[in-house]
Design a protein around this ligand. Structure first.
Ligand SMILES: *Cc1c(COP(=O)(O)O)cnc(C)c1O
Length: 474
């Protein structure tokens, strides 16, 4: 054993041992953490000791002390937010990414990770039916993937309006009018804010949270007819959504994109977890027309089930993407030939090769396997909706056509009480939320490992919570 290898082996073996214990414990453990962050502070804090500790002992200490404060997010009984598990090949590939320690910004410097990410990007475009020439960037999550798409939009819209964004900045630039659906994810507003684009015009949505295409048409007309941008065509940016957090609903892409395009708008789609529906032939109706947009953002750490820190930005106009994200300003890369360097497609310069676990997940599943995984999540969600709606006192509020199920149990106070009971119970984890002026309990089926037994456990946990709350009040 070389000295170099020797320095690592004990720590790595300790990490493998602890990781396997943690994963094995998912089967029976209560889903929620047993201790709060404040309670754990003493184990990790205090003054930094002057002397160090052997690496393997650090790993043992870390794993042992952290365990009571870990949420069983890899468990099939975790239904909170929209959070997936991790596929075995993706997890192992993520470890390799750390061991390889490649700073993956430049093709010539780290050719293996560049080639792997480029292959993963091409597979994704094919799988999701997006334009083959699109630029693809691996960002930290959907927030930054959306930001990246919106940054490319801003660059292109201003360039087309004759404005040099790189040279002159935003001050005095033509105003870009942005449009979002009533029920877009908050992080779209955040992306627009980061980019200095201000508060968007909010377009009404239907009962499932889908944007109303006719209303979008009117809203676009109002801006264009008001001559808000002076003489030139108004720069317009429309943000659509694939997968509503509460209902799982998809915006009507064909109609909305036709309307947006008739006004010359750039269309961005936030498909953090919904874009993956495009991989499933039976779900084609949900995503029909999606490929007509200009940019898309999604998460691989949600529905695909790779470890966290993996959003994906896709931009049809790859030059706009490079101009917005590259270090060189646009005039230098106008003549750039060949594939973009990874740093030219995302906000980060130095970064881990977060596309590698995506490649591993796609390789593990194959095209049919991805479809089967997403199909399985949708099937579990509809099983949950069916079995839960059969219970007395349980109301399923959404049309369940994807992975999300939103529940209410009568008035808000009762729903909050049931939610608190389910959380305290520990068999499953679900999020309380608010949707359309009601408190709700929301389930997301986003983990490949959720099975029949997990569905039955979830139904039992909700049933018992309802009975307990009714027992108290009745
Ligand atoms: C989760 C989510 C986001 C934000 O994604 P992050 O990966 O948490 O940054 C944005 N939009 C939608 C619809 C989401 O579900």
């Amino acid at each position: 054993m070389s000295a170099h290898e020797d320095r690592y082996s004990d720590a790595l073996e300790a990490a493998v041992r602890h990781a396997r214990q943690w994963l094995a414990s998912q089967e029976g453990r209560p889903v929620g953490p047993r201790r709060t962050a404040s309670e754990l502070a003493a184990d990790f804090g205090g003054p930094l000791p002057p002397d160090g500790m052997p690496a393997a002992e650090v790993v043992d200490y870390l794993a042992t002390k952290a365990e009571p404060g870990l949420m069983a997010m890899p468990s099939g009984r975790f239904f909170g937010w929209v959070i997936g598990g991790t596929l075995p090949a993706a997890l192992a590939a993520d470890w390799l990414v750390s061991a390889w320690d490649q700073n993956s910004g430049l093709r010539f410097a780290t050719p293996a990770t560049a080639a792997i990410e480029e292959a993963a990007g091409k597979w994704l475009l094919e799988l999701l039916g997006l334009p083959a020439q699109s630029g693809v960037g691996f960002a930290t999550g959907a927030t930054m993937a959306n930001f990246t798409g919106l940054a490319a939009a801003r660059w292109r819209l201003l360039a087309d309006a004759g404005w040099d964004l790189d040279g002159d900045g935003l001050t005095g630039a033509p105003r870009i009018h942005c449009f979002v659906g009533q029920e877009r994810h908050d992080t779209i507003d955040l992306g627009l804010r980061y980019l200095g684009l201000g508060r968007p015009t909010v377009v009404p949505a239907d009962r499932q949270g889908r944007i109303d295409a006719a209303e979008l048409d009117c809203a676009l007309d109002r801006v264009v007819l008001s001559g808000a941008s002076g003489s030139g065509p108004a720069p317009l940016l429309v943000c659509l959504q694939a997968g509503n957090l509460h209902s799982g609903a998809f915006d009507p892409f064909r109609e909305s994109i036709a309307v947006a395009k008739a006004h010359g708008a750039w269309v961005h789609v936030d498909g953090a977890f919904g874009l993956w529906a495009a991989a499933v032939p039976e779900l084609a109706a949900l995503t029909a027309g999606l490929e007509g947009a200009d940019s898309w953002g999604t998460d691989a750490h949600k529905t695909l089930n790779v470890p966290y820190d993996c959003g994906i930005a896709v931009v049809r106009d790859s030059r706009a993407l490079r101009s917005a994200m590259g270090v060189h300003t646009s005039y230098l890369i106008q003549d750039a030939e060949g594939p973009a360097d990874p740093f030219e497609t995302v906000p980060e310069l130095s970064r881990r090769a977060r596309g590698v676990p995506v490649w591993a997940a796609l390789k593990e599943l194959g095209r049919d396997g991805v479809a089967a995984q997403v199909r399985g999540l949708v099937r579990r969600a509809s099983q949950l909706a069916e079995q839960l709606s059969a219970l007395d006192g349980v109301e399923v509020l959404n049309d369940v056509g994807y992975t999300q199920v939103s529940l209410a149990f009568g008035d808000d106070a009762t729903t909050r009480a049931v939610t608190a009971r389910v959380m305290a119970d520990g068999r499953v984890w679900m999020s309380g939320s608010r949707w359309q002026d009601r408190d709700i309990l929301r389930l997301s089926v986003s983990n490949w490992s959720t099975d029949d037994a997990d569905v039955a456990t979830a139904v039992a946990a909700v049933r018992d919570a309802v009975a307990a709350v009714r027992g108290h009040t009745g």
